[in-house]
Structure formats: C-alpha cells, structure tokens
Design a protein around this ligand. Structure first.
Ligand code: BDR
Ligand code: CA
Length: 315
C-alpha cells in the first residue's frame, strides 16, 4: 500500500503561535499524516490573526490547498485572553511573513468539522488540539455521537501536574483560557492523549536548534530560525520548548514518549486554581481513566527527527 493510503487523517485545531507553526509544518512534512484541514481558535492572539497565520504557514509549506476554517473567537463562557507577550504582536514574530495569498475559508470550523467527520470512515480521524479547546468542546456538544463514531482519538497539548503552570501558578495556558471547554473534552469518553507541560518543559530545543534551522537553506528554515530567535528563553534556561510540536511528534513517534493512563479532571470553580489539571497519577480514586497523560520523552531523538522532517519541506 502507498503511504497516501495508510496516512492517518488528522484535523489540526490551532492558534498559531510559534510552536503551533512548528507543529503544523511537522504534520505537513510527514507522509504518515494526511492533514484534512486546519481549524483556528482564539488563543495566543486573536482569531483573525491566528487564521491569517495558519494561511501563511500552509502557503509557506507549499500546501496552499490545505484549508483554514476560523472557529471560536472567544472561550465558551469567559472573555478572550491572549499571549502577545510570548508570541509577539502578530503571533509569529521574528520573520517577515508576507500577507496570505488566500483568505481563510468562509466555512466556520464547526460546520467544516461536522461535514468532514460525516464524510469520514468510522474511528479514523485524529483531532489534534493545539490551542484552547473551545472548538473541540463545541463539536462534542453539537454532535457527540458523530464525534464518538468518527474520531479515532483526540490528542491535545495542554495541562500540567508535576510541572507548575505557565499561565498561572496552577494552570497551563490552553486549559486556563477555556477551562469549561477543557472539562467537556476531558469528560467526553473518546480516547484522549494529553501532552502537558510535564513533558514539554523537559523537552527543550537543542542548543544548536536555531543555527541548524538556518542551515537548512530554505525559506522555511529561515522563518523557523527567525521565530526562535525572537523568543527569549526564560531566565535560567538556554533554550525554549516547542510545546505544540512535541504533541505532533507524539503522533509520529509515540515510542519516544512515556506516560500513564489516568483520570484527569479540570478545575473550573476555584479562583485560586482555575484551569488546574488534577491527575490521579497514583490511582487514588475510582474515577474512570480518561486520558493518557504523557510525562516524558527522548527529546534529543525527537528534535533530530523533527529537523530531518522540516528539511523535507520545499521552499
Ligand atoms: C501552549 O500555549 C500556547 O501559548 C502554545 O501555543 C501552546 O499551545 C503552551 O502552554
Ligand atoms: Ca498553541
């Protein structure tokens, strides 16, 4: 069978964001994955900017026909919250991105996901959620039976348990921005893989990452090196992690990761710990095991493979 026949179909729900950009590029470079389309959600920056950014990324990768469908412009119940301080004013700062040649699709993310899942074979599509989980929660509320029948699994970047939060002392950004959405996703009963800060914060990019990207000699290498150069590592760290790209790497190379099937619940009430992901790591409750919680990986090997894939992209 050809690679195209065996490639896993995926939908990427995203808020680019520098690490979203690496994740999307990695997926587009992977013959093991068939990217059905991108849906966008307000997160790192506003919905209009992340949607344009998603277009910029697919066009830079030489895949302009991958459609971008804008979704939720704010969380289910709360006001929008962004991370301009990390990702810059346009979300992908550090490279002189041209405006997208094509606008995002006029078809809303939710409508497109419903159509796409309805047309898919049962238990085939993986939904990779790289931003606040508003669109995913809307899908699960609107069409729970369709989602359960058509989705193979949901893989999300989000949460923290052993690591501290990055958006509050207790919570990771994607979960904190829309905790009610995350609570719906984690309770949905569909196979779920979470890539939390517990793993991604231990998977820092190699020290030569920026110069190796620049050495690719492609426009993609230049863009990726530029974005990484814009981001200053936190005090005491030589480099930064690529959270969302680590989640996409799990799709390709799960053998490089460690984790445990656990119960995970989302805190939605406490003002002190809002958005905390409460992981029953030691099985102290009888609550159902709803999530494969990833807590470690072979980062050097993962980044070596990621670089090799990025080098395959044209441009
Ligand atoms: C997550 O938050 C966003 O800022 C990143 O794109 C990533 O999805 C990391 O906490
Ligand atoms: Ca993201």
């Amino acid at each position: 069978m050809s690679e195209a026949c065996t490639a896993q179909p995926i939908i990427i729900d995203t808020d680019p964001g520098y690490d979203d950009a690496f994740a999307i590029l990695l997926a587009l470079a992977a013959p093991e994955l068939q990217v059905l389309g991108l849906t966008t959600v307000a997160g790192n920056v506003t919905l209009d900017i992340v949607s344009d950014n998603a277009r910029r990324i697919v066009e830079l990768a030489g895949r302009p026909n991958v459609a971008v469908h804008p979704g939720a412009d704010r969380p289910l119940l709360r006001p929008a919250a962004h991370a301009f301080d990390i990702h810059g004013s346009m979300g992908l700062n550090g490279y002189d991105w041209p405006p997208p040649a094509r606008p995002p699709s006029a078809v809303h993310a939710l409508d497109w996901m419903l159509q796409t899942l309805a047309a898919s074979a049962d238990r085939t599509v993986t939904l990779v959620a790289l931003g606040p989980q508003t669109n995913v929660a809307m899908l699960l509320r609107r069409a729970p039976a369709l989602a359960a029948r058509k989705l193979r699994r949901i893989v999300c970047m989000g949460g923290n348990y052993f690591a501290g939060g990055n958006a509050s002392p207790a919570a990771e950004f994607n979960i904190l921005v829309d905790p009610e959405a995350a609570a719906i996703v984690f309770a949905c009963g569909i196979e779920l893989v979470a890539m939390p800060l517990d793993c991604t914060n231990t998977a820092l990019t190699p020290v030569d990452w920026i110069s190796d990207l620049a050495s690719l000699g492609t426009e993609i290498g230049t863009a990726c090196a530029g974005m990484m150069g814009f981001l200053k590592p936190p005090p005491g760290q030589a480099t930064r992690p690529l959270h969302d790209a680590v989640a996409m790497a799990w799709m390709l190379w799960p053998e490089l990761f460690e984790g445990r099937l656990c119960n995970v619940e989302i805190e939605t009430a406490s003002p002190l710990t809002l958005g905390a992901t409460v992981v029953d790591w030691r099985g102290r409750t009888a609550r159902p095991k709803n999530c494969l919680w990833i807590n470690g990986c072979n980062a050097p090997e993962m980044y070596a493979r990621m670089m090799e894939r990025l080098a395959r992209l044209p441009g």
